[in-house]
Every structure is written in C-alpha cells, then in structure tokens.
Design a protein around this ligand. Structure first.
Ligand SMILES: *Cc1c(COP(=O)(O)O)cnc(C)c1O
Length: 377
C-alpha cells in the first residue's frame, strides 16, 4: 500500500473563465442521466519518472507533481502517447452524496485509492499516494459543489483515472503519466429505469486466470463491448460472463458483481479469484448482510445450478451491484439455450432491504458504524 508521510502538496486553482450558465446547469441537474454531462472543472496531476535514458520502469521511482484544479476541457496528447497504442490506462468510479444537513460525503474513498494502486501495479504504472488520491477527489468535488443533481437518488459521479502519456512506440512501461479526476452529475444508471434487469450469458470471456480481470482498466471494458452489444441486440440490459476455463462458473457482469439469495436465508457471491473485480459495493453488502444475520458464502456458483435453483425455488432472488447502479435486481437470465426467471421476476425483499440499508448509510440517514462515510463538507 502506498502512503506518503510528506505533507500533501497544495493544489493550484485555475477557475473556469466561463462556467456553465446557471439555467443550463439547473436543467442538467434536474435530468442528469448518466455520464453524459460534466462539471466545470477537473483535477490534473502529472507523473515523471525522470531520466530519459533509464530502464523505464516507473514504479517506485519518479514523482507526482503540479496538482491543480483547472477548467474542464480537452487535453493535448502526443499522437505517440503510449496509452493510445498499448492501453496503459486505469480508472476508478465513486460518488459524492449531498447529505440531508447540506454537507457532502464520499463513500469509502480510501478503498478506491487502494484498489487504484492495485490496478496500477498490474498495469506497470506508478502508484499514487492514497491520501493524494482522496485529496484530489475532494478538491474536484469542492470545486464543483453546486453540481449536485436535484433529482431523487442523484449524486455526483467521480471518475479518477490515469494513463500513460509518454510519446514512444517501444513496448515498455511509460515514464510519464497523467492522473485526472472528472465529475458528472448522475441520476439513474439504467436507461429503462426498470425495477429488475434482464441479463444475457455471453459466450465471450471477460478475464482469464493471470489476466487483468481484477484490475479496473479500460482494456477490460473494450473487450466487453461486443458481448454487451450482443446482449442489447437480443433485448437484454446487461451481459454476464462465465469463467474462461470451463465456461460454467458465474463470474460477474460487464461492470457489476453478482449475488444470489437462497430460500434458506444464505447468500452466495463468487469469490475474488483474480478474474473478477473486487467491488467496494460487493464488500460493503457482504458486511451488511452478515450484520443482518444472513450467512454469506463467497463460493463458486455454476450457471446450471442457478437455473436449477431458480426452478426449484431454492434460489429466490439475485442482484447485481456496483457504484453506478448501487443494487440492481436481476429478473431474468438468458443464454442461447433459453431463459429463466428469478423469483417473481421483480425486485426481491432481501435485495431491496440491503439496497435501502446501503443507500441510507451512503446518504447519512443511518448511523455509519463502519467509518465508511467520508465527510468533506
Ligand atoms: C467497478 C466494477 C465493479 C463494481 O465495483 P464497485 O467498487 O462496487 O463500484 C464490478 N465489476 C467491474 C468489472 C467493475 O469495473
């Protein structure tokens, strides 16, 4: 884990010369959608490994410098920038919430910072000190604190990311990187706003053992676009990936982890085997479910078993989870062989209760006994 003992650097501030007009902003905030509009500012920090003729491994050597809050806008990139050729890119996703008392909080930002560095290590990128990550996110939110949606369930979605910016075509880790944080007012993630989603089991593989499945990197998403488009074309909302070796064990959706609620009061979720993304929502829900007295088993679960358990009634609910959509009930599952319905096809009681508990902690409406809520204003 990378931490820094040194004091945090001060962030330079360049206010936007022409921020969005108040009435435009109000219209966006009343109907934000997801990920389509961005706030007035962004955070930018640069990394240089230094020494232009060195071996070129940047981990551990080099420095992050010039942290700044600047007007949101295009960034200039050399056409040879490494990210454009070999996809050295990682990202995070977290939300800032407006609390009932007017304050602002982040949910478990240190967990995002730690996961960001785990992703960085896998992609041979430099780690960002965790407290610098959290401070960058805080600076971003405070710069655009009048950008919180006014709709029910709204939040400010934050996207920290890092990419290789050195101009070269040799295959080795870049010696220069950019870290940015951008923010987007967010409403509901699923376009349809459906209470339960329909998912399609893909024949494609998302991640193989030893690959990058546990890293939050853009490349994983690039590889998931064709399977996702296929799911959409067949009328489903999301794509489900099975394991690479046997094509039998359930892994996760394109960007969400999965849970299975059994009639006996236990909950199953696939283990962190290295091929799925260790979701912070996943981990939080495991904790909350155990507090409710549910037995949570992190265990492999096969597609055939899921189908059989849904038919027999041994399984009563399933849901997907992730920061963007929080908790989303799964109503229907399909593959090329046919489809099956989960429970009544709508949101189940355990799913709704866990969702409500998590959301009320995130929004400061329920006591936070875990130190998850990180107040910044
Ligand atoms: C980000 C992500 C998740 C969910 O993680 P959270 O920390 O809960 O937002 C799940 N799967 C994939 C592939 C992801 O990229």
């Amino acid at each position: 884990m990378a931490t820094t003992a040194a004091p945090l650097p001060g962030f330079a501030r360049v206010p936007h010369p022409a921020p969005r007009a108040a009435e435009d902003r109000a219209a966006i905030l009343a109907n934000p959608g997801f990920g389509t509009t961005f706030t007035d500012h962004m955070v930018e920090i640069d990394f240089d490994a230094g020494g232009s003729n060195g071996p070129g491994i940047s981990n551990g050597a080099g420095e992050w410098h010039d942290p700044r809050v600047v007007p949101y806008g295009p960034i200039a990139l050399d056409p040879a920038a490494a990210v454009l050729h070999y996809a050295q890119e990682i990202f995070e996703g977290l939300k800032a919430y407006r609390l009932d008392d007017g304050g602002i909080a982040l949910f478990r930002p240190q967990a995002n910072a730690a996961r960001f560095n785990a992703s960085a290590r896998r992609l041979a990128m430099p780690e960002l000190p965790e407290d610098l990550f959290v401070e960058a996110v805080r600076q971003q939110v405070l710069a655009d604190r009048d950008w919180f949606p006014t709709v029910e369930g709204g939040s400010l979605y934050l996207r920290p990311f890092m990419f290789a910016s050195e101009a070269f075509l040799g295959v080795r880790p870049s010696r220069k990187y950019k870290f940015l944080v951008i923010a987007s007012p967010a409403g509901n993630y699923f376009k349809s706003g459906a209470p339960a989603v329909s998912i399609f089991v893909s024949d494609y593989t998302r991640a193989a053992p030893g690959g990058t499945g546990a890293a939050k990197c853009g490349g994983n998403y690039a590889a998931s676009l064709v399977p996702t488009a296929e799911a959409f074309a067949r009328g489903h909302d999301q794509v489900l990936f099975l394991d690479a070796a046997e094509h039998r064990w359930i892994e996760e959706l394109g960007g969400m982890n999965l849970f299975f609620v059994m009639a006996d009061g236990s909950i199953v979720t696939p283990p962190l085997s290295g091929t799925i993304l260790p979701g912070i929502t996943r981990e939080s829900l495991i904790t909350l479910a155990r507090e409710e007295g549910l037995v949570v088993r992190e265990e492999r679960y096969a597609l055939d078993q899921w189908r059989a358990d849904a038919a027999s009634g041994a399984l009563i609910e399933s849901f997907a989870c992730g920061t963007a959509a929080v908790v989303t009930p799964v109503g229907k599952v399909a593959d090329t062989a046919g489809e099956f319905v989960i429970g009544s096809g709508g949101p189940g009681q355990v799913t709704q209760r866990l969702r409500q508990r998590l959301v009320s902690i995130q929004r400061g409406q329920t006591a936070d006994t875990h130190g998850w809520v990180h107040r910044i204003a």
